[in-house]
Design a protein around this ligand. Structure first.
Ligand code: G3P
Ligand code: MG
Length: 286
């Protein structure tokens, strides 16, 4: 079963949102357990593994280009010293974003948001684009990413969700593109979660699965918000979360989780044409 993103009050052109469908399993950073996170290879891998939606992270380079990178520091995923927020796109482009994960991915680049959008469209994905901004750049990050999405996103708008831990970034995205659904990200869902979600007119609540409990899940679901939990790589845990009422989980190893999603209840078709030669890698994904 797939879940509609509810059309919340105040969201213009809500009809587009009402048609949106959230799958139970969303590829995290593409498919970060099977390919280098936040690269085009990772998006392709997520498709190969049967995902219909992917999550990836976008942040700005020093010269204001949105690129797919989780950390501001480049070192973990490219071996290069320095910070994305202090380097230009031209300086970041030559970096190898694949070799750190596996030599087979040598030559992968740090993708621009435009490149990712084109591939997402070609692969027919829905996307949860997470905004990460350096302190002081929250508003510009939300504005720039929203502007690019308005210009370049060609797939159904109902299959696009912008999320962030940073409320200012979401607020800026809302100003520039109120028609794009927003999800507020929490590590721990705070007591005031509902007023935060209402103020930003969010369509979803996205939270760390380790800090969820059945009461909290039912409170969020009862208020009409789909709850999306990150990062779930254990099928048994995914089954528990779905039993509590969690709508979707982000997973680095989506293939391992499809059986949990089906869970004997046929909530989502089990993908059968999986690449059995590709063993999921449990790289540390911070
Ligand atoms: O969007 C869900 C999850 O990815 C948030 O945490 O640090 O993995 O981007 P992080
Ligand atoms: Mg993320």
């Amino acid at each position: 079963m797939r879940h509609p993103i509810p059309a919340r009050s105040g969201v213009p052109k809500a009809g587009a949102l009402a048609k949106s469908l959230l799958p139970q399993i969303i590829g995290h950073r593409g498919a970060a357990g099977n390919a280098p996170e936040n690269t085009l290879a990772s998006l392709r891998k997520a498709k190969e593994l049967g995902c219909s939606w992917v999550e990836f992270v976008v942040r700005l380079t020093a010269d204001g280009h949105p690129v797919l990178l989780h950390d501001d520091r480049l070192k973990r995923t490219t071996y290069r010293r320095g910070k994305a927020s202090e380097l230009s796109l031209a300086e970041i482009r030559p970096c190898d974003a694949g070799a750190w994960f596996d030599v087979a991915f040598t030559g992968e680049r740090v993708p621009t948001l435009e490149e990712a959008i084109m591939l997402v469209s070609e692969l027919g994905f829905g996307a949860n684009i997470e905004l990460k901004a350096e302190r002081g750049r929250e508003t510009v990050t939300g504005m720039v990413v929203a502007d690019v999405l308005v210009r370049r996103w060609r797939s159904a708008r109902s299959e696009l969700l912008i999320s962030s831990f940073q409320q200012e970034a979401l607020a800026a995205a809302r100003v520039r593109a109120p028609q794009i659904s927003r999800g507020i990200l929490f590590r721990t869902i705070p007591k005031a979660w509902r007023s935060i979600a209402e103020r930003l007119d969010c369509a979803t609540i996205n939270a760390d699965h380790r800090r969820l409990n059945p009461i909290l899940v039912s409170e969020v679901q009862g208020a009409g918000y789909p709850l999306l939990a990150y990062t779930v790589n254990d099928p048994a845990r995914a089954r528990t979360l779905f039993d509590w009422g969690v709508t979707s989980v982000f997973s680095d190893v989506p293939r391992s989780l499809f059986c949990a999603a089906a869970g004997g209840r046929s909530r989502q078709p089990v993908v059968t044409n999986l690449d059995s030669t590709s063993v999921p890698r449990q790289r540390s994904v911070s």
